[in-house]
Design a protein around this ligand. Structure first.
Ligand code: G1P
Length: 290
């Protein structure tokens, strides 16, 4: 089994669901507690063993590159002031030289097109995709859990979770083939944003994928699908005729941070999980609720 060394992170979206915050700040730099969404992505991918972090960016997103860069003035100042703990944390969050690559999606043609933009950087090997909107809160990260499962079954994997039937038109939805085997569900099909009446199940794809490189030629030929966009789901459905796909029911709570309410909930849930202020925050929330 070839290891998954690269992770592709699409970050070109306009973030219209969280305006006006995203008028001048890339959505992926919105913070949950004290870290931007892309920091969660980086940590999750690193924990899962990824060594190459490929960001598919767009116009107005250069602050993402700055985030992963050396911050000379800041680090020198922290050092001079002996702020060692903060400095150590910044250094810990900085990828090794050459580990991050950026490419631009020149037109907003959809998620499938964004992944296709990473083709030359990924090359001919399996790779992961993480969508930064979906933050999964768990002791062991979602991608690391998926890599464990991938090492057992190979092929292609997508993270899935049950959603209310009336929300299937917000997601890619999978058709399971037979009952689940532990956390794994063999798949026989998938469809992007189906109407609730036509959905093959209520198992939605969450923004984590492990894919074989044979997806790339399919993406290159993929016509527009749901919403007039080139959909990753449509090419995955085609690849499924030649390769296995499993849905993976991950452990953990998923927060949709591309949505205002989801982002607020993420801040509360992840704030409560932070030892240094959990007790005070809990007391504050209790008081605020009354
Ligand atoms: C994308 C995918 C969809 C998936 C979702 C998960 O949709 O196309 O299949 O279920 O992410 O967040 P988007 O949210 O970009 O419309």
């Amino acid at each position: 089994m070839r290891p998954v060394r690269s992770v592709v992170v699409p970050v070109a979206g306009l973030g219209t669901r969280v305006l006006p915050a995203t008028k001048t700040i890339p959505k992926e730099l919105l913070t949950v507690v004290d870290r931007p969404l892309i920091d969660y992505v980086y940590e999750e991918a690193r924990e899962a063993g990824c060594e190459h972090f490929i960001f598919v960016t767009g116009r107005g997103k250069s602050a993402i590159e700055d985030y992963f860069d050396h911050a000379f003035e800041l680090e020198a100042t922290l050092e001079a002031k002996n702020k060692t703990a903060v400095l150590d944390d910044l250094v810990y969050r900085k990828p090794p030289a050459g580990a991050v690559s950026y490419t631009r999606q020149q037109a907003p043609l959809g998620l499938g097109h964004a992944v296709l933009c990473a083709r030359r950087l990924v090359g001919d090997e399996p790779f992961a995709v993480i969508l930064p909107d979906d933050v999964v809160q768990n002791e062991r990260g979602c991608l690391a859990q998926m890599i464990d499962a991938y090492n057992e079954v190979g092929g292609n994997l997508v993270a899935i979770e049950e959603v209310p039937q009336d929300r299937t038109n917000k997601y890619g939805v999978v058709a399971p083939e037979g009952p689940a085997d532990g956390r794994l569900v063999k798949m026989s099909g998938m469809v992007e944003k189906p109407d609730p009446a036509d959905a093959p199940s209520n198992l939605a794809i969450i923004g984590r994928y492990i894919l074989q490189s044979e997806i790339f030629p399919l993406l290159a030929d993929q016509g527009a699908g749901a919403g007039g966009e080139i959909q990753l789901t449509d090419s995955m459905a085609t690849l499924m005729k030649a390769q296995t796909f499993h849905g993976f029911r991950f452990e953990g709570a998923r927060h949709d941070c591309g949505d205002k309410l989801g982002w607020l909930k993420a801040n509360v849930a992840m704030g409560l999980a932070r030892e240094e202020f959990a007790a005070d925050f809990r007391a504050y929330l209790k008081d605020a609720i009354g």
